[in-house]
Write a protein of this length. Structure first.
Length: 296
């Protein structure tokens, strides 16, 4: 029960900071690379000026395949208590066309095993790193909370509101760090193609998960993101993940992002330091062990 309560808290926080992502699948569109004819103002070094706060139109990170409407895990548990089925939106995965992650057999089995222990973890590896306030990685962070884009000459910086991760994205074309260096948020290198920021991400340690259902990548994953700014308040996000050790083929997610807090001048991100004194592993495993003993 303590683990479930943790997810209630996480879901409630998520509701305060995200709205509702529409992928091409959700609107019946054929997934294509987004383009933009918008003419933005420019930063001193010539970048399209897209600074400010953004979030996913449909937020939450319960699942990439079955995004929950209205609160993610909170909604799921409330509906479960009432004996109702979860209300989902279309998969964020736009390629393959079936909206599923193309796992290799061993990887599909691992994901299923993790999912089966989401609420009652019996080993530390079953506990969602997000529940421990650890960084979410590139993909999950983009859906979990609002984030701020800052621009400096030769750089784009993204600062996320929950769990306090950040990314510094150089635009000068210099190579990635050495392959032996693995990072929670990976190593990002970017460039602009018109109004689209293209970001190449390597060096992921992949200790985080892609969502609450246990979807994952290995530390060999290569991610290419495209942030296409359609107008001053709308952005189309795409990310292609390639990891031949885990997936049978590359796959792609897509979502719409909207400008956040545009009517709240002076808004600032939270200082989120929830990992300090964190004891969820001890509590969750103790709780799960007690539940197992009770069932016996």
């Amino acid at each position: 029960m303590k683990m479930r309560f943790r997810y209630f808290l996480l879901a409630i926080v998520s509701l305060t900071s995200v709205g509702t992502c529409v992928s091409p699948r959700a609107t019946g569109q054929t997934p294509t690379v987004a383009t933009s004819a918008w003419t933005p103002s420019r930063t001193p070094d010539g970048q399209p000026d897209v600074q400010g706060f953004w979030n996913a139109e449909v937020g939450g990170t319960y699942s990439l395949v079955n995004p929950r409407r209205g609160g993610g895990r909170l909604n799921e548990l409330l509906r479960e208590k009432k004996g109702l089925d979860p209300v989902t939106k279309p998969s964020r995965i736009v390629d393959p066309p079936d909206g599923k992650i193309p796992y290799k057999p061993w990887a599909a089995a691992r994901q299923k095993d993790i999912l089966g222990h989401i609420d009652e973890p019996t080993k530390p590896e079953y506990i969602d790193p997000q529940a421990r306030c650890l960084p979410d990685g590139v993909i999950r962070s983009i859906f979990w909370s609002s984030y701020q884009i800052l621009q400096f000459p030769g750089y784009v910086v993204i600062v996320y509101e929950q769990n306090h991760p950040y990314r510094v994205i150089p635009l000068d074309g210099h190579p990635h760090v050495g392959a032996n260096i693995k990072l929670w948020m990976g190593d990002s290198r970017g460039h602009w193609e018109g109004n689209t920021l293209v970001v190449d991400v390597t060096n992921n340690n992949s200790k985080s998960r892609l969502d609450n259902e246990g979807d994952f990548a290995s530390d060999a994953v290569h991610i290419v993101e495209r942030f296409t700014f359609i107008d001053a308040n709308t952005m189309e996000y795409e990310a292609t993940l390639e990891d031949s050790s885990v997936y049978t083929r590359p796959w792609k997610i897509a979502a719409r992002m909207l400008r956040a807090y545009k009517n709240q001048p002076g808004y600032e991100l939270w200082e989120d330091a929830c990992h300090e004194g964190e004891r969820d592993v001890d509590i969750s495993l103790t709780s799960s062990a007690s539940q197992t003993d009770t069932k016996k």
